[in-house]
Ligand binder design. Structure first.
Ligand SMILES: Cc1cc2nc3c(=O)[nH]c(=O)nc-3n(C[C@H](O)[C@H](O)[C@H](O)COP(=O)(O)OP(=O)(O)OC[C@H]3O[C@@H](n4cnc5c(N)ncnc54)[C@H](O)[C@@H]3O)c2cc1C
Length: 416
């Protein structure tokens, strides 16, 4: 059980801001290396409130040694995906094995925090980090608000995993992602959904419903599902209602669905911050914008980068070097890990943002005609999409579909 910190010792090697998956996973990996870590979480319970759909790749969880997960965390596993074009044309893929799962994010976050706690990490709940303590430009700790009191907590390093708040990040003198790079999202738990295929996730496209992004439908069993969308412009709540009532494909399933709970949150799509470190300070997860620009999925990239951060922190403590110069190896290493894929995804995102609904309809029609879906049967890797695309380039059907997409994009670009 994660305890609230009372009468806390006021020093640790590392103070972590935020007990989300990335803060806790970084803490866990630091503790595994013998680092003394305290995590500060502003809420009274880990994982709550939850804003995420929790759709994760099984392969990536395995690579992070987080899969299989304990019973109850996984809500469903998926063998297929259906993508609907703006006019409702369906493109479906069936995989040879289970490729993704939906997790209950609150339980997933709690699981990682328990692993961290068992490894020696101390958690302080209901503890909001108000600001950084700095001395001669070096971050030396945090000022924490607990039960109305402000407490000083000193550390050799601070790992910032505050999510999309960016308050502490800015105090460290680092620039947060550009405002226009965000999509505003809604995720809802719904019941009474019709025609669900229980092991297939669904994606809906269309600028009228989900401008600059997409909508998702993630079955949870029986007639229950998570449904949500992101939008660069417009109100996500209103757009979700419109999608459920009027989208040619989504409305058939969701017209009579009942929204049980909904939450709203932004996703940064600009790719990782160009600088996610300063003297005595590292940023991980959404704070460092370590998010896939195509799908907005941030858990897997964030966890991978959190692990890289943990290695760098352990090395910095060994060398007693907390300078920005030394910590810059964090940026180099995580960019080596995700940099190429992010570059490819940013380009894909840029093209998707510009292509019209009509062109998307014809692209999906073309993919159906040449049966591209058969080429994706053995797909396992969905997070590192740049590498997946490279590997797929030998496949004639995939080459043909890429060529069609590029042509459609450039035709539109030429027309202005
Ligand atoms: C609608 C929606 C759906 C999504 N669906 C998916 C999905 O299906 N798959 C996927 O991979 N990603 C998804 N994401 C993205 C995913 O939610 C994030 O990438 C992920 O939560 C990032 O984890 P994190 O630990 O960096 O931040 P968070 O999960 O946001 O955790 C940050 C933590 O820091 C705490 N905190 C903040 N400020 C302070 C402070 N000053 N002091 C103390 N504590 C503080 C917060 O309370 C929070 O607990 C989705 C996002 C949205 C908005």
């Amino acid at each position: 059980m994660v305890l609230t910190c009372q009468h806390m010792k006021n020093f640790a090697d590392v103070a972590v801001v935020g007990g989300g998956p990335c803060g806790s996973f970084c803490a866990l990996n630091m503790a595994k290396k013998g680092v003394n870590v305290t995590v500060f979480e502003e809420h009274s319970e880990i994982g709550v409130p939850c804003h995420c759909a929790g759709h994760l790749s099984i392969n990536s969880l395995k690579n992070l040694e987080l899969y299989p997960l304990p019973r109850g965390i996984i809500e469903n596993i998926f063998y297929g995906a259906k993508i609907y074009s703006p006019n409702g044309l369906e493109f479906s893929v069936r995989f040879a094995s289970a490729i993704t799962c939906a997790v209950n994010r609150a339980l997933f976050d709690k699981h990682i925090s328990r692993l961290a706690e068992k490894t020696g990490v101390r958690y302080c709940l209901s503890s909001r980090v108000e600001s950084l303590i700095t001395k001669e430009s070096f971050v030396k700790g945090v000022l924490v608000k607990q039960k109305g009191e402000t407490v000083k907590f000193f550390s050799s390093l601070v790992v910032d995993a505050e999510g999309t708040a960016y308050r502490i990040l800015r105090q460290a003198g680092l620039a947060s992602p550009r405002r226009e790079s965000f999509v505003n999202c809604v995720n809802a738990e719904v019941e009474n959904v019709k025609d669900l295929e229980s092991d297939v996730v669904e994606v809906f496209l269309g600028n009228n419903y989900t401008p600059g992004f997409y909508a998702w439908l993630i079955p949870k069993g029986e007639d229950k599902a998570k449904v949500g969308l992101g939008a660069r412009v417009g109100n996500p709540k209103t757009l979700l209602q419109k999608l459920m009532k009027r989208h040619p494909a989504a409305s058939k399933k969701l017209q009579r669905a009942k929204i049980m709970r909904e939450s709203f949150h932004p996703i940064p799509l600009s790719g990782p911050l160009p600088k996610a470190y300063s003297d005595g300070f590292l940023a991980v997860g959404d704070t460092a914008s370590q998010v896939k620009p195509t799908t907005g999925g941030g858990v897997i990239f964030g966890l991978n980068c959190a692990k890289v951060a943990a290695d760098v922190v352990a090395e910095a403590l060994n060398k007693k070097d907390f300078s920005s110069k030394f910590l810059s190896i964090y940026q180099k290493r995580f960019m080596k890990l995700i940099g190429f894929d992010v570059k490819v995804m940013l380009e894909a995102r840029r093209m998707l943002d510009r292509i019209s609904d009509k062109k998307l309809d014809s692209f999906v029609g073309f993919c159906r005609k040449i049966h591209v879906n058969e080429s994706f049967k053995d797909l396992k890797e969905i997070d590192f999409q740049g590498q997946t695309m490279l590997r797929a380039c030998w496949n004639p059907r995939i080459i043909a579909s890429f060529a069609y997409f590029f042509m459609a994009y450039f035709q539109q670009k030429l027309k202005g």
